[in-house]
Design a protein around this ligand. Structure first.
Ligand code: HEC
Length: 134
């Protein structure tokens, strides 16, 4: 009897673990807008979302989904380990010469203040984390 219980517990752990892994698996390609998980934001990120919608969404898409003018920031290449927060600061302050894609260059976004930059980065990271990009 005890043995059966042990096996049941093992099975639950394995299935549960598998489900957890499949949910947090990073995106292999851009997610379509409907697949994106939108988390509930910290106060800082909620402020950042406003900045994002004003200054970034036209190219990077609502919920980071990407558009014809810019890549999805949920692409695996933009995970924190590959594009640090500094890469975000630099992109906004200096612009980006096209090197990953064929969308063209990103113009620098001089209207974004330092405070707004901190907020918009937390917003982007919170959406990334919710979608398995750690
Ligand atoms: C006019 C369109 C446009 C706007 C507006 C824009 N971007 Fe971009 N962004 C791009 C394009 C295009 C690329 C990809 C360049 C490449 O690597 O080919 C890019 C790349 C980036 C990168 C990657 C930089 C790197 O080191 O590879 C970051 C980070 C980024 N954008 C953040 C932002 C943020 C944050 C905002 C808003 C404050 C923003 N972008 C607004 C078009 C835009």
């Amino acid at each position: 009897m005890k043995k059966i219980l042990t096996w049941v517990l093992v099975a639950v752990a394995v299935i549960g673990g598998g489900l957890w892994l499949s949910q947090t698996k990073p995106a292999e390609g851009p997610l379509s807008a409907g697949e994106i998980i939108v988390p509930s934001f910290t106060a800082l990120a909620a402020e950042g979302e406003k900045v994002y919608l004003n200054s970034c969404a036209a190219c990077h898409g609502v919920n980071l989904a990407g558009t014809n003018d810019g890549p999805s920031l949920l692409d695996f290449v933009y995970r924190p380990a590959h594009h640090s927060d500094y890469a975000f600061v630099s992109a906004v302050q200096n612009g980006v010469t096209a090197h990953h894609w064929n969308f063209g260059n990103m113009p620098r976004q001089t209207q974004v203040t330092d405070e707004e930059l901190v907020r918009v980065i937390s917003y982007i990271r919170e959406v990334q984390r919710a979608n398995g990009l750690n």
